[in-house]
Design a protein around this ligand. Structure first.
Ligand code: BEZ
Length: 250
């Protein structure tokens, strides 16, 4: 998947804004070594750095890492696959916001993080939980079927696991769960084209190899369906459900 870093920063900065709340669970301390997994354009990585911690940001997207490096030249960023990475140093803590659901093999992500943490190190992350943005994906799939692309509706775009599934994976990796919560967080999108922009950025995997005009028709149809349920008082909303975790490497 190719990430449009400009669209992300201009229309979807709420991802990092909400992520600031997750930083409260991380509570970064001066001089701690902290790893930000799926750092995107580096907004939250730089917030962590403000605490005086030494932060390293990794992301699978070269486009996002290029933008992060350009914006925050004082922070170390590198392109790495979250399911297969290592470092020649250990971290006091690892952090991740809105990343895990882009990875099918979340067990490997947890294992890689576990391996790079010091004993006693903490992992804090938030991700989309089971049934996250279900209305949006359903509307896109319905429009795809209407336009003759039923087979493509099986595309695995995200994996939203339940708290129970995540707990099993954490324990298998060796973590002890310190806190795990799930909550609904309807999220206001930006501007009159908020839903359209959201689909263009975050549901693009559905449209791989579908012609541009057809893709536009599908998106317009999905937006029209969603107007009945996800549009209120002139604002678009996405039906986000969050899973937030703090776990320790004992
Ligand atoms: C999320 O943060 O939950 C999310 C964002 C974009 C696509 C899918 C999920």
């Amino acid at each position: 998947m190719i990430w449009n870093a400009t669209l992300y920063n201009e229309k979807h900065s709420f991802v990092a804004k909400y992520g600031e709340d997750v930083l409260g669970w991380l509570a970064p301390q001066k001089d701690e070594q902290i790893l930000d997994v799926g750092c995107g354009t580096g907004t939250l990585t730089s917030k962590i750095a403000e605490s005086g911690a030494v932060v390293t940001g990794i992301d699978a997207s070269p486009e996002m890492i290029a933008k992060a490096k350009q914006t925050y030249s004082n922070i170390e960023f590198s392109v790495k696959d979250a399911t297969n990475f290592s470092f020649n140093k250990k971290f006091d803590a690892a952090f991740s916001n809105a990343t895990f659901h882009w990875v099918k093999n979340q067990q490997d992500v947890l294992q890689c993080i576990y391996n790079v943490l010091k004993t006693g190190g903490r992992l804090v992350y938030e991700m989309g939980a089971k049934y996250n943005i279900e209305s949006i994906h359903n509307a896109v799939k319905k429009a795809m079927i209407e336009e003759g692309f039923e087979a493509r509706t099986n595309t695995e775009v995200n994996y939203f696991s339940s708290a129970a599934e995540q707990a099993v994976m954490l324990e298998k990796a060796g973590f002890t769960i310190s806190n795990i919560i799930q909550f609904e967080r309807p999220t206001a999108l930006v501007g009159k084209d908020g839903m359209k922009n959201w689909i263009i950025q975050f549901a693009q995997a559905f449209f791989k190899n579908i012609q541009k005009e057809k893709t536009e028709t599908i998106i317009d149809k999905a937006v029209a369906v969603l107007k009945k349920t996800n549009y209120e008082n002139g604002k678009w909303y996405a039906d986000y459900i969050r899973l937030r975790v703090k776990a320790i490497k004992k």
